[in-house]
Design a protein around this ligand. Structure first.
Ligand code: AMP
Ligand code: MG
Length: 415
């Protein structure tokens, strides 16, 4: 049997990068950028005032403190180019600074005096420094610079940047079309009455809830009767629907109705692995169909299914969208643990940061693969390494949040 790590490597090796598509930015949210994004404009586009106040020229700065400066005119946000004359002018936040502006003095740092003839003048409370309270053109983004590298998943903060820069279309990797097929004669859907011996389908709704955040577009969701022939038909339907990943749940263990391996032979699929040194999820199966679509045969036990989706399906989805392997969060184990060596255990866990900014992990009670309630109380999976038998408190463990974090594959660069 292969190890957890070998299984992950095998998935990444078989996953193929999705094609890049031009897409309108709103539709592109959640997709991964396929090409570096270059700023078409500078941001700010022009020198503008950072405060409501007064625009002063260099000549005004040279005057001795306490001198009255003539004040004339208003430059508001939205006003076009203007030129500062002999007088200072009122200016509003975001307004283009008039040509000849040496500095902006905030309203609170000056007083305005009105003469009987209606003219106004300004007296500074403190001497004004040159170049203050002006947001310079290109200070945030220079036209022609790279604002986002390929391999970034688009999130609302990127939408703000694109809007500010007038970017309306980007090149992204196509999301991955996925089918979810649930096997099991015992399954009923949430709304249906329960008959004796039946259970509600919980894996299917979980997968439909979890996969979109990983970049999957679910195109087909089916309950499939417990037969190889019905399974073959459902897989063919998924392929016709253009699915590049087909996920089934159940029927990969040792029972008489565990027909997935047989159905894969009928389909002419290459089974890359079936069973691994991992719990929960030992019977996880991964195959490649003749069309190149990937097939994940997740076990029926809810935690085995959840682990298979979180680790193997997500590894494929990341690779197909041009994302690097997910880095683990390293957390300090809070209480000692014993385990059977030779098995990687993926445990429901609670991750929390201490006041001293240390990430700690608590492995929760109720690790059995049928137990859903502790999963609903967890926020992460903790990986207990295959070789270990005893893990002392204080051991660093690789942990993965139940919901993958949005990725930032390259550390943000400072300007
Ligand atoms: P199987 O892998 O088909 O042998 O199923 C293993 C266990 O998981 C059995 O107890 C099934 O009843 C249960 N199971 C299978 N599919 C689902 C599902 N979609 N939702 C909840 N439990 C399931
Ligand atoms: Mg079954």
């Amino acid at each position: 049997m292969i190890s957890f790590e070998q299984a992950l490597d095998a998935v990444r090796q078989r996953a193929r990068l999705q094609p890049a598509l031009p897409m309108a930015v709103d539709a592109a949210l959640g997709h991964v950028v396929a090409e570096a994004i270059i700023a078409p404009e500078s941001l700010p586009g022009f020198d503008n005032a950072a405060m409501d106040g007064f625009a002063l020229s260099a000549a005004h700065l040279a005057l001795p403190p306490g001198t009255s400066i003539p004040l004339q005119g208003v430059q508001a946000a939205g006003d076009g180019r203007s030129t500062l004359g002999a007088a200072a002018c009122r200016i509003m936040t975001g307004a283009r600074v008039p040509d000849g502006t040496a500095t902006v003095v905030p309203v609170e740092d000056a007083s305005v005096h009105q003469s009987p003839d209606g003219t106004q003048s300004l007296v500074l409370n403190t001497p004004a420094g040159e170049g203050m309270h002006i947001r310079r053109a290109g200070e945030d983004v220079r036209a022609g610079s790279c604002v986002l590298s390929a391999g970034t998943r688009l999130l609302p903060q990127h939408r703000m940047l694109f809007a500010a820069l007038g970017i309306s279309q980007v090149s992204v990797h196509a999301s991955v079309t996925v089918a979810v097929l649930c096997t099991g004669a015992e399954l009923v859907d949430a709304a249906a009455p329960l008959v004796d011996g039946h259970i509600r389908n919980s894996n299917g709704p979980y997968l439909c809830a979890a996969l979109p955040a990983m970049g999957a577009a679910i195109a087909l969701y089916r309950s499939v009767p417990d037969s190889a022939a019905a399974y073959v038909d459902a897989v063919r339907e998924a392929e016709r629907a253009g699915c590049r990943i087909i996920i089934s749940t159940g029927a990969v263990s040792m029972g008489v109705h565990d027909f997935v391996p047989e159905a894969l032979r009928v389909l002419g699929a290459e089974t890359v692995f079936h069973k691994m040194q991992m719990r929960p999820g030992k019977p996880n199966l991964f195959a490649v169909l003749p069309s190149g679509a990937l097939l994940f045969g997740l076990p029926g036990n809810p935690m085995s299914c959840a682990v298979g989706a979180r680790f193997f399906v997500q590894a494929a989805l990341r690779h197909m969208q041009g994302l690097p392997p997910e880095p683990p969060l390293r957390a300090v184990l809070q209480a000692p643990l014993r385990k059977k060596p030779g098995w990687t255990l993926i445990q429901k866990a609670w991750l929390a940061a201490t006041m001293e900014a240390q990430l700690q992990v608590q492995v929760l009670d109720g690790q059995e693969s049928f137990r859903i309630h502790p999963f609903a109380q967890a926020n992460a999976w903790a990986v207990l390494p295959e070789s270990e038998a005893e893990l002392a408190a204080g051991t660093l463990l690789d942990c993965y949040p139940l919901q993958p974090f949005p990725e930032w594959p390259c550390a943000p660069t400072s300007a």
